[in-house]
Design a protein around this ligand. Structure first.
Ligand SMILES: *Cc1c(COP(=O)(O)O)cnc(C)c1O
Length: 320
């Protein structure tokens, strides 16, 4: 079982000029502070999955992820904390021949067994036959899909909505989307007239609409007419891509609010929300709440890949 999160929900006002000018109350849920090793939505998505794994008397968690995956890092940390063996199937055979990047090094340090597969093989990550083959090699395991997104990921994310409502009434709850599992969980926890807004972190995020509907079907919320939307135009080039503009925005945001956003998800979320504010998307007088879902472990890899070598890298190097 996962230990309970260390802190209760922290909600911070964001006095952004664009929001103030339009009479919009903009707030940030600091879910990044939820748990030191398991920040934000990854803790919430794993919570009921780990309970299920325990009920099924599984001692091993097996999951999938890319080279810099927040989910792999979270599963490795969860396994260490909750006493499961962990196996990570990593996309990219070549990664095994290089020094491990900071994400994978930390996952291994947390006890995760890493198995590297080539990109074509990795495409089979949803195929039951391949997953069964894998378990013939690794032994039986509780299988978590990529990103930890499955039916049991939803109730943990829905709890965030209830915690927020107990804290303050709101009109919009906004979250960054990778697989859409977190957004689906949030939608499943909404009460009318509350609305959810997703911001896709990847290019071509239009598929997320169907994905979220499918995830909502078992809880009968897929037709919750018009109470959620996904915005796909704020990806800055695609998943794990970024622009100098985005990094400068993250730096300004940190100076203004004392909060570091991550480069893959929450930087794009806050950028997108402020664009929508300026476009008049939110009615005057409304309360808009963004969720800081964590993801800060990604900075170590970004710094290693781009930091010292880029003229426009806006962050001080460690020790400066
Ligand atoms: C994984 C992740 C997301 C995306 O969650 P999904 O449920 O896959 O949409 C958002 N923010 C952060 C920081 C994440 O690590």
């Amino acid at each position: 079982m996962l230990p309970p999160p260390g802190s209760s929900l922290l909600v911070q006002p964001l006095p952004e000029p664009a929001a103030l000018a339009r009479g919009i109350r903009l707030l940030l849920v600091r879910d990044d502070l939820l748990h030191p090793q398991l920040p934000g939505n990854k803790w919430r998505k794993l919570k009921y999955n780990l309970q299920a794994a325990q009920q099924q008397q599984q001692s091993t968690l097996l999951t999938f992820g890319g080279a810099y995956s927040n989910h792999l890092a979270a599963v490795a940390a969860a396994g260490k904390l909750a006493g499961f063996q962990t196996i990570g199937i990593v996309r990219g055979e070549e990664l095994a021949r290089q020094p491990l990047n900071p994400t994978l090094a930390q996952a291994r340090a947390d006890g995760m067994q890493l198995r590297f597969v080539d990109r074509t093989t990795y495409l089979r990550r949803h195929e039951a036959a391949w997953i069964a083959d894998l378990q013939r090699e690794t032994g039986p395991a509780y299988v978590l899909p990529e990103g930890g997104t499955n039916a049991l990921a939803l109730p943990g994310c829905a709890e965030l909505v209830a915690e927020l409502r107990a804290h303050t009434p709101f009109d919009y709850l906004a979250v960054a989307c990778g697989t859409g599992g977190t957004l689906a969980g949030i939608v499943s926890g909404l009460l009318p007239p509350e609305k959810a807004v997703g911001v896709a972190a990847l290019r071509g995020g239009e598929f997320l609409q169907a994905e979220v509907r499918t995830l909502l079907q078992p809880v009968g919320k897929e037709d919750a007419a018009g109470n959620w939307t996904i915005h796909t135009e704020f990806h800055h080039g695609g998943y794990a891509r970024f622009s100098p503009d985005l990094l400068a925005f993250i730096q300004t945001f940190q100076q203004r609010h004392g909060v570091l956003l991550d480069p893959i998800y929450t930087g794009k979320l806050l950028w997108g929300i402020l664009q929508l504010v300026e476009q008049g998307y939110f009615a005057e007088g409304s309360t808009v709440v963004a969720v800081h879902t964590g993801g800060l472990q990604a900075w170590a890899g970004f710094r290693q890949r781009f930091g010292a070598r880029s003229a426009w890298w806006p962050f001080p190097e460690p020790g400066e």
